[in-house]
Write a protein that binds this ligand. Sequence first.
Ligand SMILES: [Zn+2]
Length: 254
Amino acid sequence: MCALEPGWLPQLERREEWVRTARFPPRGPILVVAPHPDDESLGCGGLIAAAVRRGERVHTVFVTDGGASHRNSASWTRTRLAARREAEAIEALKRLGAEQSPRSFLGLPDADMPSPNSSAYRIAKAHMVSILRYLSPAFAIIPWRRDPHCDHRDSWSLVMDSLSAADHSCEVLEYAIWLDELGLPEDRPRPIEMEILRFDISDVVDAKKHAVRAHRSQLGQLILDDPSAFVLSDRTIERLTGPEEVYWRPCVRE
Ligand SMILES: [Zn+2]
């Protein structure tokens, strides 16, 4: 397991609650895994912006194509929407200052990720393993393992499976997107399962908000012929674009 370097070693606040405050972005190469285009900004936009400002290598992997958000739109086919969402992700990374940072689009079907015994899964896993081997990340920033969205949970599993297959050890930090709005009590961290890292992003929060706004297809501003489609609410955006980002990492058992 890679140790956290002293420069970003979190300050222990209240050990009994396993709460720590992270004052700096992680040092070393960082892998960010977004189940959909927009999760990178909503969940990790501050960390990405702060890390690239400091010159860290940040590789963002978009797991699904995001093509299922407007299933009833006549004008936006799944293929057209997936292309649009990829373009929005690229624009979001640019707004975070990560224009030159590598990114990968695995292109798995939104809301229908392949099962682990399928060839599509094996191809995606091989892609992820190749990224891990070339990047050799010190940190993997991945979805919360029990976030109440199938793609978020399946992405967590895919990353953990790939880390094992690549025989790569690193710090794994998890971020939740939907837990606070849609989660059940059993979806939350269990006692002594995870510790909380609170990351101050006040210096870069404006860039994060700007990046979130790059995902226009998810804001109800672009596709108008599917009233039943998913829309990121102002409440969700406000909840996820405050002055801190919250990450969990497994507690170290002593
Ligand atoms: Zn998502």
